[in-house]
Design a protein around this ligand. Structure first.
Ligand code: GAR
Length: 206
């Protein structure tokens, strides 16, 4: 049984996709043990509670990043969490946090990395004039949006797209991509070598 902890800062739609996929068995042999938010007013908290998942709010409260992260790591470890999924968690993790879960922290990002790391990435994609964008699920290392890529889904950028319309279409793909990526990880058939990951199981169709 893989124990999953999910970190959010806001709406939590990716978190909901993961919790629901675990509940339906689409992500097998797993349990979402806790959802932690760094924001007390994150809308995702109520969605997690409705689904019977324990929620915690651990705010930074002016502390150093290391201290904030240490409290989160302790809460995750106390609950036996083995896989940490960042789902719209809008903070950089400290190196100590990353080292506490080596190759066991995953993030979803709304662009085709390594293009457009950071923030406002849908607007960055539109401004750059790219014709496709999408989303990336990747392992988290000590560098921003730079860990080994697990999978990506492509979304067309339309001529009349705004950051909002593009974000909406990417988000639909994010939910499917995140579920597929976590399924691959818990299957034990995903290997990491340097910057590359290889999956030797059955893939979902894109
Ligand atoms: C998602 O689009 C996610 O990819 C993005 O924030 C949104 C959260 O939505 N994350 C990042 O930009 C991380 N760098 P959600 O709260 O509904 O899952």
């Amino acid at each position: 049984m893989a124990c999953i902890g999910i970190l959010i800062s806001g709406r939590g739609s990716n978190m909901v996709a993961l919790v629901d996929a675990v509940a339906s068995g689409e992500i097998p042999a797993s349990e979402v043990t806790v959802v932690i938010s760094d924001k007390a007013d994150a809308a995702g908290l109520a969605k997690a509670r409705t689904r019977g998942v324990e929620t915690l709010v651990i705010e930074k409260n002016g502390r150093k990043r290391e201290e904030h992260d240490a409290e989160i790591v302790a809460a995750l470890k106390e609950r036996g969490v083995e896989l940490v999924c960042l789902a719209g968690y809008m903070r950089l993790l400290s190196p100590e946090f990353v080292r506490a879960f080596p190759n066991r922290i995953v993030n979803i990002h709304p662009s085709l990395l390594p293009s457009f790391p950071g923030l406002n990435v849908q607007q960055q994609a539109i401004d750059a004039g790219v014709k496709v964008s999408g989303c990336t699920v990747h392992f988290v290392n000590e560098h921003l949006d730079a860990g080994p890529i697990i999978l990506q889904r492509v979304v067309e950028v339309k001529d009349d797209d705004t950051a909002e319309t593009l974000a909406e279409r990417i988000l639909e793909q994010e939910h499917a991509a995140y579920v597929d990526a976590v399924r691959r990880i818990v299957s034990g058939r995903l290997t990491i070598e340097g910057r590359r990951t290889t999956y030797s199981g059955i893939s979902d169709k894109a």
